[in-house]
Write a protein that binds this ligand. Structure first.
Ligand SMILES: Cc1ncc(COP(=O)(O)O)c(C=O)c1O
Length: 380
């Protein structure tokens, strides 16, 4: 039987955790030794091989396959893109109204880039926004009025970037599909901290990058497109890697690759692919449901400490409806982020909150110390 690495063992593999408290996984998780080594491998290969195109491409393909495994998809259902914005734009520019269906519904609490992408697509789409409810815990009941017969696509996030609220994607997909629409999920805040199974959740599109809970760097992201849906779409953001044979060198030809590979565009971001392949290999060794359990425990610790310190918790929902992020209301959040960083405590500001976003390597003590330091800074 394979035994899962404990949080304490895992923690010892991150250099920074010997000197600092890093609780910023909603923005950037800590650097693991193997990810660093993989980036160095690329640099050394460049320095000593001069060029090793095949090996560099293989690493990116390795990353694609490992990502596909993480979400229970086939590698061919995954495109390599540069950012979540790129992934959303690739989808928005490939979709056309179907019959009378042209409505795109966006949840107001999607990360703003999603709104920017769909607004730029404009006509022929009609865009509607679902407002956040007063508890910031939207669910299918809030969406029902928007699920009308003209629905083309429903876009939402899995875990909310601001307060960490986690949605039931399976339930949402079921209702959206009953209405005949597609489901697009921004999973940037969930990938790496909670299990994702695109088949069980039955989503049509899912985009995520590597920088947040996935131990990687920006510059590479992945777009899952259900195989059958992908075959019906014609990418407009494309390039030679989105072709059946990128090396056909036929400037007059256009022969899209099958499934989601048609959403690949230019040369893969190779150094980012090196980082991603190592980071995804790390995730592959973890049991993500145990990671989720550890983080649920740390959420409880955070909630108790915030209450004890008399701070305002903006993530007051049951832990099974919550990702790792706990948002604490503060004025001048960016300023406080900077002060705490000076004290060796790395948290992430967003608007009027400071987000405490632990990962599997964090301890109860990390979370308590960060919240106590925050309370002290506020009271000074
Ligand atoms: C949920 C979510 N989606 C999208 C983004 C932006 O992604 P990208 O910069 O890769 O387009 C972020 C960045 O913080 C995010 O938290």
């Amino acid at each position: 039987m394979i035994t899962m690495i404990t949080p304490q063992q895992f923690r010892s593999e991150f250099t920074i955790l010997k000197e600092k408290i890093q609780l910023s996984s909603c923005s950037q998780s800590a650097l693991h030794q193997s990810v660093k080594s993989s980036i160095v491998d690329y640099v050394q290969s460049w320095e000593h091989d001069g060029m090793n195109w095949n090996r560099w491409m293989e690493k990116c393909e390795e990353a694609r396959a490992l990502f596909a495994k993480q979400i229970n998809a086939k590698p061919a259902e995954v495109a390599i893109v540069s950012s979540v914005s790129h992934a959303a734009a690739a989808v928005s520019t490939s979709l056309k109204p179907i019959g009378g269906r042209n409505k795109i519904v966006i949840t107001d609490f999607d990360f703003p880039t999603i709104g920017h992408v769909w607004q730029s697509a404009e006509s022929p789409f009609a865009i509607e926004y679902v407002e956040q409810n007063k508890n910031a815990t939207n669910s299918i009941e809030d969406y029902e009025p928007y699920l009308t017969d003209d629905l083309l696509l429903f876009s939402t996030s899995h875990v909310n970037y601001y307060n960490g609220y986690k949605q039931n994607l399976q339930e949402i997909s079921q209702r959206v599909h009953e209405k005949g629409g597609y489901v697009f999920v921004d999973a940037y805040q969930s990938f790496g901290q909670t299990p994702i199974d695109v088949k069980r959740m039955n989503v049509d599109f899912l985009a995520t990058g590597m920088q947040k809970y996935a131990f990687g760097v920006p510059g590479i992201a992945f777009l899952y497109v259900n195989e059958e849906v992908a075959e019906t779409l014609t990418p407009k953001i494309t390039g030679w890697f989105g072709q059946m044979n990128p090396f056909a060198f036929d400037i007059r030809g256009k022969d899209y690759a099958s499934a989601a590979r048609r959403f690949d565009s230019g040369t893969f971001p190779m150094i980012n692919g090196y980082a991603a392949s190592a980071a995804l290999a790390l995730l592959d060794k973890l049991d993500i449901s145990l990671v989720e359990k550890h983080l649920a425990h740390l959420s409880q610790v955070a909630a108790a400490e915030i209450a004890k310190m008399g701070l305002v918790n903006r993530s007051l929902f049951p832990v099974d409806e919550k990702g790792s992020t706990t948002a604490v209301f503060v004025e001048n959040a960016s300023n406080i982020e900077r002060i705490l960083a000076g004290e060796g405590i790395i948290v992430s500001a967003r608007g009027d909150v400071l987000r405490i976003a632990p990962h599997y390597y964090n301890t109860e003590e990390d979370v308590k110390q960060a919240i106590q330091a925050l309370a002290t800074v506020i009271s000074d």
